[in-house]
Design a binder for this molecule. Sequence first.
Ligand SMILES: Cc1ncc(COP(=O)(O)O)c(C=O)c1O
Length: 379
Amino acid sequence: MKLFDVYPLYDVTPTRAKDVYVYDSKGTEYLDLYGGHAVISIGHGHDHYVKSLTEQLNEIGFYSNAIKNPIQQELANAIGEQSYCHDYQLFLCSSGAEANENGLKLASFTTGKKRIIAFHNAFHGRTSAAVAATDNVAINAPLNQQQEVTFLPFDDENALEIELKKGDVCAVIFEAIQGVGGLDEPSEEFIYAMDRLCNSYNTCLIADEVQAGFSRTGTFFAYQKYNIEPHIVTIAKGMGNGFPIGGILVHPSIEAKYGMLGTTFGGNHLACSASLAVLDVLKEEGLQKNAEELGKYFIDQAKNIPSVKKIKGRGLMLGLEFDFEVSDLRKELIYQQQIFTGGSSNKNLLRILPPLTLQKKHFDIFFKRLEKALKAINV
Ligand SMILES: Cc1ncc(COP(=O)(O)O)c(C=O)c1O
């Protein structure tokens, strides 16, 4: 059987990985500044993570949500403690799209409404409502287009209020820092306006923290740079360091009912132990602070590169914008300089999403090799 060919691939085959390095079958070492798309949070193959998963697998790996699983409560307690969202309730699933799908569905159940407001350049995943709230017609099938979604620009408070006043909007979904869209952020005033307007018009505010959450940006959640309380926070990616797990944090004002949400795989024993190990390491190794400090270091160093037109992001969710498309630069970096980086829907943006265990010396290596790569492509 052939694979269904939906991914354009780089010609590299990693067979092993440790911390911030990935190795291919010939033993070539690559510096991982992509983290498998912001997934690797505590570094590849972290000893505590491997030990926790192995021990859990030797006990019990999976059983359905029809039985008690105390590790789910342990995980809820740990996320509550580390995110300061103590009062929220946790529902577990297995991916970012599924988290957003459940968040949107819950918003619709709770408000009895069905239109969604999302933002230009947003990316929320590939499931039915999540992809409809993603600003990319190319990945929306006719089936998805039956969802009612209105896209607005960030920072247009007036437009947002006009839409919310119509009374049919169940959710406003936003990324405090856009990931796939290219690291744009709403202004502080607009963040507070979304929070206020959603509360006045009985609409759920959903913070999509699938990519930015779990300490990547230097706060536990990227929206926590501000003092707001979203009704729903969606999480995945760095939460499991590669083990598929996602979830939603639900504001205490929203009441659960039996059967409202559900899943076979979500919150299984292995997934919970992976995420608990991630939280242990984030805390023990001070990785949130490391992300914050290294982000500043990167921004300072990047200012010295003349061809960089804009430096974007915070913590270890960063980008360098050039006045040319970066696809050749990314190829040069991976094939000649052995560095993985990311792209985005902004074709001029090189994205940097490393494991949060990265050190200054790794950024020093990156900047040296970036200089060589820029020369090689005649910039
Ligand atoms: C902000 C955001 N939301 C949702 C998703 C979808 O997550 P997944 O691919 O795990 O379904 C992504 C994936 O890149 C994302 O960046």
